[in-house]
Design a protein around this ligand. Structure first.
Ligand code: ADP
Length: 162
């Protein structure tokens, strides 16, 4: 069974993430989305909310599961029974950090490989922070998010920034 682990903050999940998830689900038997429960970064959405949103948007993809994790990614991969880490690359600006992470993970866990999927050009500019900024300024975010979560994101941003 080929397993892919797609880790990230997903604060919130965008159509750029979704595109990576759909493509990964076609290539692997099982995809585990790992939602980082990061105590240092302060996310807009709680880890539970981020997991719920990801479950909503991936409801029609039968081989995709969503879990949260804290600590080291390689420990999460090992606890999941092993697999290949999948990350998305949008631009050269992502590259340096992604390469460093992949190399470090490789030193710590030589059995775990990382692969990169290049972004769908349609979403190459898209990030969770841009979506939050647009929502904060009452812009239309429906172009950037799966329809299942547009209302939830709008509601949360309005509640936080009223
Ligand atoms: P992190 O905080 O781990 O970078 P993100 O939720 O921002 O978490 O991103 C998770 C992964 O998805 C990263 O590999 C990131 O490069 C990728 N990603 C984010 N936005 C896009 C996009 N628009 N197209 C392709 N990949 C993306």
């Amino acid at each position: 069974m080929r397993t892919a682990i797609y880790p990230g903050s997903f604060d919130p999940v965008t159509l750029g993430h979704y595109d990576i998830i759909e493509r990964t689900a076609k290539m692997f038997d099982r995809v585990i989305i790992g939602v980082l429960n990061n105590k240092v970064k302060s996310p807009l959405f709680s880890v539970e909310e981020r997991v719920t949103m990801l479950k909503e948007v991936t409801a029609k993809l039968p081989n995709v599961e969503v879990q949260s994790f804290g600590g080291l990614l390689i420990d999460f991969v090992r606890q999941s029974g092993g697999g290949i880490i999948v990350r998305g690359l949008r631009a050269i600006t992502d590259f340096e950090y992604e390469l460093q992470m992949a190399q470090t993970n490789r030193v710590m866990a030589p059995e775990v490989d990382t692969i990169f999927l290049t972004t769908n050009l349609k979403y190459s500019y898209l990030s969770s922070s841009i979506v939050k900024e647009i929502a904060e300024n009452r812009g239309d975010i429906s172009e950037f998010l799966h329809p299942a979560i547009v209302k939830k994101v709008r509601g949360k941003v309005e509640e936080m920034f009223k």
